[in-house]
Design a protein around this ligand. Structure first.
Ligand code: ADP
Ligand code: MG
Length: 304
């Protein structure tokens, strides 16, 4: 049962990037306006996400790392079709505690003291603590108990690059929040609340920020580079659905590129950040375990 549990956890969390994504999504679900992410040793030494969100009430904190414990779903299976939060499976903290050493300190603003939870495997200990409002989750020694998994990890610089790209996507899609990514003690990316153009400045520099125009159509908001300045960088197309960054379905990427067709050199793509708003019922985040690929029943029109 122990081995089965480790394997199941390894499917939710297969690399540090997965932990960062899950912790950031929890902070966003908690309504945080300030998120600070720390990564040491490519995430195998330490991953920490600090937020100023709603926190977890003292009576519920011990449950957070328990498998399938989620505060986000009504106990009615139908609800999975109507999720508006990024998380809903109740597996991320559980998996992080199986694969590493999970520590969280949390306090709702209206509660006097904070709660500290330490979870490793199935062992969960809870203590009172003091802390600012919000939640700090720290995962240390990821995959220490899974040597095979640890051996197959990408080198730290690769993971750092991917985590930076992931956090960059969140900054681009949530420019209204404070963001800070610190890698091995050095600030890698910082962003203070701004509009989408400001986020492009934080991620790609002010030169690129000066080259984007706002998009504000029904169901689509964001920015897109002015066609005459567009370069062949497909990795600069950033799409999200209801606030969740996605790997765009090819038909969606194609729709954006087609909108530029006459203005683009062959193979080129615009720098763009587009957030699509779709009815949660038309959008199924269950398709891919990392929830990055979505199935869209009904794409909003990109023009109009
Ligand atoms: P899920 O997000 O699918 O519900 P998780 O394992 O990621 O599952 O988290 C379990 C529960 O812990 C969440 O439902 C939520 O109640 C609580 N939680 C986790 N992280 C935070 C956070 N940063 N702020 C507030 N609550 C949190
Ligand atoms: Mg979650």
């Amino acid at each position: 049962a122990h081995v089965a549990r480790l394997i199941a956890a390894g499917e939710v969390v297969s690399r540090p990037l997965d932990v960062v994504r899950e912790l950031v999504e929890n902070a966003l679900d908690a309504g945080a306006t300030r998120l600070e992410i720390d990564l040491d040793g490519g995430g195998l030494t330490l991953i920490r996400v600090r937020d100023n969100g709603a926190g977890i009430p003292a009576g519920a904190a011990a449950l957070a790392p328990v498998r399938h414990a989620t505060s986000k779903l009504a106990p009615d299976v139908q609800a999975v079709d109507h999720v508006t939060t990024l998380g809903f499976r109740g597996e991320a903290l559980w998996a992080a505690a199986q694969a590493g050493d999970l520590h969280l300190v949390t306090r709702p603003a209206a509660q006097v003291g904070a709660t500290e939870v330490h979870a490793q495997g199935e062992t969960v200990t809870v203590r009172r603590a003091s802390a600012p409002a919000g939640t700090t989750v720290t995962v240390r020694h990821l995959f220490a108990a899974l040597p095979a998994r640890r051996r197959t990890q990408a080198p730290a610089p690769t993971e750092v690059r991917e985590v930076t790209a992931l956090v960059s996507r969140y900054v681009l899609h949530h420019p209204e929040l404070h963001w800070r990514l610190v890698v091995d003690g050095e600030a890698r990316l910082t962003h203070a609340p701004a509009d989408h153009r400001g986020a492009v400045a934080s991620v790609y520099g002010s030169l690129n920020a000066n080259r984007v125009l706002p998009v504000d159509a029904p169901g689509v908001t964001g920015v897109v580079s002015r066609p005459e300045l567009t370069r062949a960088r497909r990795d600069r197309m950033h799409l999200s659905v209801n606030g969740r960054p996605i790997l765009a379905p090819p038909e969606l990427e194609k729709a954006v590129i087609d909108a530029y067709a006459e203005l683009l050199p062959a193979g080129a793509a615009p720098l763009c950040v587009l957030n699509l708003t779709v009815n949660p019922e038309d959008h199924n985040p269950n398709v891919h375990p990392a929830k990055q690929v979505v199935a869209l029943a009904d794409l909003p029109a990109l023009t109009g």
